[in-house]
Write a protein that binds this ligand. Structure first.
Ligand code: GLN
Length: 485
């Protein structure tokens, strides 16, 4: 059962040549054969291509090459460009489009030796919290297949939680890495805005989007972050900070670190089991030597509204490129306007249309100042709240999601309820700061994972990884396997 192991475990075995990359990849493919019919984590994958990459890795290993991810299969959310692989963004509108180049995160993973594998299911253009908005049908939660896995990177979380991949990449615009990681019981990290290049990531909301890892352990996320971070001349928003070795921060020692609890996060609607798991986690962090400090983030109540103005405005501009002229799934019309309307009408799903309409409205003349410009100002206040809080603390702890995984269909007709499920994750995107979700317990019946979020300062990934790792070393939650793993 090599597919059940972590990156750290496998890379040792690969380096000692106790196992081959082909065997590891084959174990993942066998697991996919066994469970994918129930999960639908992938939109597509190419096993032969993956095995061919594994053979190349095995040759390199035989020749003595040692790289951090050499021979490790890493799955890709369907919004990241991989040369010659299909790229659909969970949408029907792209038809049979294939990528002409690798995203920078992908080429950096290749340099680190990873096997780039599969197209993971997602909400269309990353808009959603449940993967129900996928143009290819929903994915299921491996802990209970009648439930959603979270979203939008649902497939990326499911593939790790069900041991179909060893690690995966997702993207997070308002919580799309952290929330599905929480709901599926794995680790998910959204880096600081500008830490990881967005070149080759199809944009949803360019000022919020960030690529990050899903993994079975905190150490594995640190290993993937090491590989994908850093300067890229193709992304003008990358911040050219040096990339530390994130695993060096994982000392297990968090004595004296100050961890904040925001009083504004004591919101109604928090599930009782989630609440008690998070309270226990906070006590545990205190036992490990952290000091718990109350902080205030006074503009929290405006975060969801601000996000749904900024994100939809940017989406309406970014998605204008899908016009049927340059990309595949064209529906012909008598003139260009009719062609655009028919192509976009047929190709986009309901949620994407809703966002484009909302975004166009908040940018339209007469409303631009009242909505978009005001939202930008509130966004600055939200960032300032965090910078003030980080004068007092090293990290902030919250639940990742207010509830565990809900039933497929339960919130599908109520977009507002769906939007509110992002309440704890959205602010980090608005502020551009890093956040990680780690397993911190389960609901009783049915057994569903609960996630704990740690939010850090700008470029504070080392600190949140350190705290997350110290917690993980001394708790059992991450070792529990879903019934479908
Ligand atoms: N759930 C949020 C949304 O629907 C966040 C999505 C994301 O992070 N991509 O926009």
């Amino acid at each position: 059962m090599l597919n059940r192991l972590t990156i750290s475990e496998l890379s040792q075995k690969l380096a000692r040549r106790e196992v081959s990359a082909r065997e590891v990849m084959q174990a993942c493919l066998d697991q996919i054969q066994r469970v994918e019919g129930k999960l639908h984590a992938f939109i597509s994958y190419n096993g032969a291509d993956a095995l061919a990459q594994a053979d190349v890795a095995d040759k390199a290993l035989a020749a003595g090459a040692r790289k951090p991810l050499l021979g490790i299969p890493v799955g890709m959310k369907d919004v990241l460009a991989v040369k010659d692989h299909p790229l659909n963004c969970g949408s029907k509108i792209l038809g049979s489009f294939t990528s002409l180049y690798d995203a920078t995160a992908v080429s950096k993973l290749r340099e680190a030796g990873a096997i780039i594998f599969g197209r993971l299911n997602m909400d269309e253009f990353a808009m959603g919290s449940s993967t129900e908005n996928s143009g290819f049908g929903p994915a299921s939660n491996p802990w209970d297949t009648t439930r959603i896995p979270g979203g939008s990177s649902g497939g990326s979380a499911v593939a790790v939680a069900a041991d179909e991949c060893i690690g995966t990449l997702g993207t997070d615009t308002g919580g799309s890495i952290r929330q599905p990681a929480a709901l599926c019981g794995c680790v998910g990290l959204k880096p600081t805005y500008g830490r990881v290049s967005r070149y080759g990531l199809v944009a949803f909301a360019s000022s919020l989007d960030q690529i990050g890892p899903f993994s079975k352990t905190v150490r594995d996320s640190a290993l993937i972050l090491n590989a994908i971070s850093g300067y890229d001349p193709c992304d003008s928003t990358i911040i050219p900070e040096p990339v530390p070795d994130y695993t060096a921060a994982l000392t297990g020692d968090i004595k004296g670190l100050k961890i904040g609890i925001a009083k504004e996060y004591a919101v109604g609607g928090l599930d009782a089991a989630v609440n008690s798991a998070v309270q226990n986690a906070v006590k545990h962090l205190e036992k490990l030597g952290a000091e718990i400090v109350e902080v205030s983030l006074p503009h929290t109540e405006y975060a969801v509204a601000t996000y749904y103005i900024v994100a939809t405005a940017e989406a309406s501009a970014n998605l204008a490129r899908f016009d049927g002229i340059r990309y595949c799934a064209r529906v012909e019309g008598a003139d260009p306007i009719e062609l655009y309307c028919k192509t976009r009408g047929a190709g986009f799903g309901a949620e994407v249309k809703r966002r484009i309409i909302l975004g166009t409205y908040v940018l339209s003349s007469g409303f631009h100042d009242a909505f978009y410009v005001r939202a930008q100002k509130v966004r600055t206040l939200i960032r300032q709240d965090f910078l003030n809080a980080f004068q007092k603390v090293d990290a902030i702890v919250t639940p990742t999601s207010p509830t565990p995984a809900f039933k497929i269909g339960e919130k599908a007709d109520d977009p507002l309820q769906m939007y509110l499920s992002d309440i704890f994750t959205i602010s980090a995107n608005l502020a551009g700061i890093p956040g990680i979700s780690i397993p911190c317990g389960f609901t009783a019946n049915p057994q569903l994972p609960i996630g704990l979020q740690l939010i850090g300062k700008p470029f504070g990934e080392e600190t949140i990884l350190k705290i997350a790792d110290a917690y993980e070393r001394t708790t059992p939650w991450h070792k529990e396997k879903s019934p479908l793993s």
